[in-house]
Design a protein around this ligand. Structure first.
Ligand code: HEC
Length: 163
């Protein structure tokens, strides 16, 4: 996606961007009838504690962060996707915004794979997926362990060089 933003969408004319945004916003964010989510209150409490310690400095306690700097987590489609792979991957490996001509300085999210256990990553992922009005199936320690093994085999992708 970084290459798409860097070489393509950041170079698009505003009316084209507005048209793509209008189309994306017209798409449903949830299945019409989301399945009821069962949450373990102990896991949510553990997730909240980790979130406050590790994540709130950037994303803020209410998840809303500073708009245009860090993405707001309430209502975020990536965060609430039924498949939690992207959220787990962000927490394990960290991520970085893409440098564009308009915003040349990228902002980074650190990796937590070295610091948090599978159960802790699962708890904080479950917390962000089910706070501030968000709703998505809980993440298990097994989901995290599986992705951790895959990530270990994938070479770290370097941010794309600026031209
Ligand atoms: C130093 C700042 C920083 C910290 C600390 C941080 N993040 Fe992030 N986070 C970011 C940035 C920057 C992005 C956006 C990256 C991008 O645009 O691809 C991001 C993106 C995300 C996203 C994707 C949101 C979306 O809609 O694309 C999630 C989910 C997330 N962070 C969760 C967490 C969790 C959980 C923690 C704590 C374990 C955490 N972050 C800690 C800076 C941070």
């Amino acid at each position: 996606m970084a290459d798409v933003v860097h070489y393509s969408t950041s170079q698009m004319a505003d009316p084209d961007l507005a048209a793509v945004a209008a189309y994306l916003k017209s798409q449903p964010t949830h299945a019409a009838e989301p399945a009821a989510v069962t949450l373990n209150p102990k896991v949510m409490a553990a997730g909240q504690a980790i979130y406050v310690d590790e994540c709130s400095a950037c994303h803020a306690v209410d998840g809303k962060a500073a708009p245009t700097y860090f993405p707001p987590l309430p209502g975020a489609a990536v965060t609430q996707s039924t498949d939690p792979t992207t959220v787990i991957r962000f927490i394990l490996s960290g991520t970085q915004t893409v440098a564009t001509d308009a915003r040349p300085t990228p902002l980074s999210m650190p990796s937590y794979g070295w610091k948090l256990t599978d159960a802790q990553v699962a708890a904080v992922a479950t917390y962000v997926r089910n706070s501030w009005g968000n709703s998505a199936p809980a993440v298990s320690a097994g989901d995290v362990a599986k992705l951790r093994r895959k990530v270990a085999k994938t070479p770290v992708q370097k941010p794309s060089a600026r031209v």
